[in-house]
Structures are given as structure tokens and as C-alpha cells.
Design a protein around this ligand. Structure first.
Ligand code: TXA
Ligand code: MG
Length: 335
């Protein structure tokens, strides 16, 4: 496959949006910011374009992609919106970090859904994402814009570091505010089923629809969201994850690392960091929202300056902890 030599990074304005539109309509790849993480976008109706996403990322070909549309796009042209609770969810959470998996009408490339009869649709809320999606005015397939298995990108520079030369353009909209990927729910059944946790939480969905459950993902239940079976979010350095009451064990690992000439960093919320004052620290923040927003950013900062990131479980007591811990458990090795 032919890749361009150097990927351009452009601030978002009329000129760069026009350029992005031309690239997308010519089956090329464009990365764009959303309120969660950066996406690696291609026109969703073209096999050629969608295949480029899988190649650029090195993504397994059985892990389906999310289709992104702007807020005025008529989603009913792509999918069957036949459950009553769907309208309630749309009114409450869209545009925003909630992706819904519907029965497909088969209008997008088969490669998007990897052979499933469903398709995931997302209407992002960030101004930059909306500007891009309105400019192109076609459905855009987009996974997170990182090399497969690596930590998801929340700045244009993160995208560049992973994918330079493998796409034409990165639209730079600054740091993503949400910081972890959208919540993915299956809306083909009688109740919404959470396939991937995120900023739109179980409690939020339940309070709007009245019912909701987590996917069991047991070996007896067919894996409904194939992405969950792969490794994800791994930084390029060693990692260790401890429970909050295992500080002594964690400090001893830290000290051993120093003795063998390594540079360890602790990664934890502000409260825990206060307790660890004097050690190398990657501070995640205080509230669940803040911690989610900083998680990938700090992992990617950490992989540059640390040989070993020693993280602690995040317990803010809010529902967002589920999404944060889902990422942290995959990014770091449980000790
Ligand atoms: O916030 C986000 O969702 C970001 C931004 C760019 O929008 N995108 C993102 O895409 O996280 P990706 O490809 O990294 O994750 C997509 C997830 C995977 O777990 C995949 O298995 C699931 O969505 N998914 C996509 N289509 C599906 C389908 N038809 N059925 C079940 N799960 C699906
Ligand atoms: Mg991803």
C-alpha cells in the first residue's frame, strides 16, 4: 500500500475543512478531533477507503468501526431505529459521547461492520467534529486514530506520533476534553445493552430509559462488541496497577526500579498523589470527569519520560469509575 510521505497537521478553518472534504471524497484518510479522542476518518461507503483505515492502524479485520455523522444527518437512511427508547436516548445524550449499535440497512461498506448485520452510529458533540462532518456531509467511519493496541490519542501530536505518513491530514482541534472513548450500546433489543463503558454511564441511561444492562461477554454469550477481546490502550513502557490499599507494595516496586537504574512514575488521582509527594508523579486530577480527561494524556506523557508507570485504581465513587477502570485495567498490568 502506498502511503504519503508526511502527514499535514492543520488548524481547523474553511481552507483546511475544504481540503479535508476533498480528501475524504477521494477515499483518503483524515484524522479529526472529537469530544472523546481523535478519530481516523474515511468515507464509510467506500471499501477502498475503509480498508485503508485497517491497514494504517494494523487493526484486526473482525473489529468493526463506528460511523460518524453530523447532527442534521438523517440516520434512518443507514439503520433501523425501531425501538421506542431510542428517541429518548437521542434526546437526552446526542450529540455526545454515546454510540448506538443498530440493525444496518446495508448502505455502508461491509468492511465497516466486519460481517455483522449491525452498524454503530455516533454523533459527536465537539464543535470541531461537527464542522468536519458537516463539511464532508457523508458518513465517516472512524476508529481512534492510534496504531492498534496503543493508547488512544487526545491531541493532534499524539496522532502524528503514531500515524505520520499513513494518512494525508490531521485536523488539529487541541486536546480532547472527554478523554476516553464513547459509551457503546446495543439498541437492537428490548433494552439498551452497554458494550463499552464511557462518559454516558449506566445510571444516566437507566434514568432516561428505565432499563439497561451491561453485556455479559461470557464465553456462552456471543461477543457482541468484538473490540473488547483485543488488547488496548497500552503505553510503550512497563506498567503496573495496584489497589489503593497496596501502597507499600507499590512503593517497594518503585524503589526496586530506581535501584536497577530505571525511572518509575506513579500515576494516580490528586488525593493519592498528595500522599505520594516527593516521588515522580503523573497526576490525573480530582473528579471522575477530570481523571477521564487526563488518563490517556498522562499515559502518553508517561511513556516518554518513564520506564515504568505504577498506577493505582481510581475510586471517585461515581459511575464514571467503570469506564475509567475499564481502560486502566487494559492499559496497565495488574499486580
Ligand atoms: O469515542 C469514540 O467512540 C472514538 C471516536 C473517534 O469517535 N472511536 C472509537 O472507535 O473509539 P474504536 O474503533 O476505537 O472503537 C469502536 C468500538 C469497538 O469496541 C468495536 O468493537 C465497537 O465499537 N463496535 C463498532 N461497531 C460495532 C457493532 N456493529 N457491533 C458491536 N460493536 C461495535
Ligand atoms: Mg480504539
Amino acid at each position: 500500500m502506498k502511503f504519503s510521505k508526511n502527514t499535514k497537521i492543520c488548524k481547523i478553518d474553511d481552507i483546511s475543512l475544504d481540503y479535508a472534504k476533498n480528501l475524504i471524497l477521494n477515499n483518503e484518510l483524515v484524522a479529526f478531533p472529537t469530544e472523546t479522542v481523535y478519530g481516523l476518518g474515511a468515507i464509510a461507503t467506500s471499501d477502498d477507503a475503509v480498508l485503508k483505515i485497517f491497514n494504517a492502524k494494523g487493526r484486526p479485520q473482525d473489529n468493526p468501526l463506528i460511523v460518524h455523522v453530523h447532527s442534521d444527518y438523517d440516520v434512518s437512511t443507514l439503520v433501523y431505529e425501531d425501538k421506542d427508547y431510542i428517541k429518548k436516548l437521542k434526546d437526552a445524550f446526542l450529540p455526545g459521547p454515546l454510540t448506538m449499535v443498530y440493525k444496518s440497512k446495508g448502505k455502508v461498506s461491509k468492511l465497516v461492520s466486519c460481517g455483522l448485520d449491525t452498524v454503530a452510529i455516533r454523533v459527536p458533540s465537539s464543535k470541531s467534529a461537527q464542522a468536519f462532518l458537516k463539511a464532508v456531509n457523508v458518513p465517516v467511519a472512524a476508529p481512534s486514530a492510534n496504531v492498534s493496541k496503543h493508547t488512544s490519542p487526545v491531541t493532534a501530536e499524539h496522532v502524528f506520533n503514531d500515524l505520520n505518513g499513513k494518512l494525508e491530514l490531521i485536523l488539529d482541534g487541541g486536546k480532547c476534553s472527554g478523554g476516553i472513548e464513547s459509551t457503546v450500546i446495543d439498541v437492537t433489543g428490548n433494552e439498551p445493552v452497554i458494550l463499552r463503558s464511557g462518559l454516558v454511564t449506566y445510571d444516566m441511561i437507566k434514568s432516561v430509559v428505565g432499563k439497561c444492562r451491561y453485556s455479559k461477554n461470557t464465553s456462552t454469550e456471543k461477543v457482541k462488541s468484538p473490540g473488547v477481546k483485543y488488547s488496548h490502550y497500552l503505553p510503550k513502557c512497563e506498567t503496573a496497577l495496584f489497589k489503593r490499599n497496596e501502597v507499600e507494595k507499590a512503593i517497594s516496586l518503585y524503589n526496586n526500579a530506581v535501584e536497577t537504574g530505571k525511572t518509575p512514575y506513579f500515576m494516580a488521582d490528586d488525593g493519592m498523589c498528595e500522599f505520594l509527594k516527593g516521588y515522580n508523579l503523573l497526576k490525573l486530577g480530582k473528579t471522575g470527569e477530570e481523571i477521564a480527561s487526563n488518563l490517556y494524556y498522562k499515559l502518553l506523557e508517561g511513556e516518554k519520560i518513564a520506564d515504568l508507570i505504577i498506577a493505582f485504581d481510581v475510586v471517585t465513587g461515581t459511575d464514571i469509575d467503570v469506564g475509567i477502570m475499564n481502560r486502566l485495567e487494559k492499559a496497565c498490568k495488574r499486580c
